[in-house]
Unconditional design. Structure first.
Length: 132
């Protein structure tokens, strides 16, 4: 049960800014070289975020392939990574022609999003709580 200090967004997602966070690249459709994508992000992280010692995992989740980057100590660090990452066009060259979404959040919220197949609601939540 969510604690009293946590509001649930549409009964699905809790905003917990002090919990560990992840940034994900969710590829919804299209073919790409997964290893190339991972390598590009590994090099980017090594150059810009070596001190954070970020891990990269590539997972198949239903019809999506998901690159998981993290963990970040809290929402603010993850958000600043996301906002910088999306401006780095070379990171997304391997995804040319693919439909993908860049997301930020907690493990629990991502698990809920995938199990409930509720990405549109998650994107709404993310805009409200992370991108304002």
């Amino acid at each position: 049960f969510p604690s009293h200090d946590t509001t649930m967004f549409k009964n699905l997602y809790a905003y917990k800014p002090n919990d560990p966070h992840y940034v994900t690249v969710n590829v919804l459709s299209g073919n790409f070289d997964a290893q190339q994508l991972k390598t590009v992000f590994e090099n980017y992280n090594k150059t810009n975020y070596a001190v954070l010692n970020l891990k990269l995992n590539l997972e198949d989740s239903g019809s999506q392939k998901v690159l998981i980057i993290g963990s970040f100590a809290d929402a603010n660090i993850a958000k600043s990574y996301l906002l910088r990452m999306v401006r780095e066009a070379e990171l997304f060259v391997p995804l040319k022609g693919c439909d993908y979404r860049n997301l930020v959040g907690t493990q629990r919220n991502f698990n809920t999003m995938m199990s409930q197949n509720a990405m549109p609601v998650y994107i709404e939540f993310m805009r409200e709580y992370y991108l304002k």
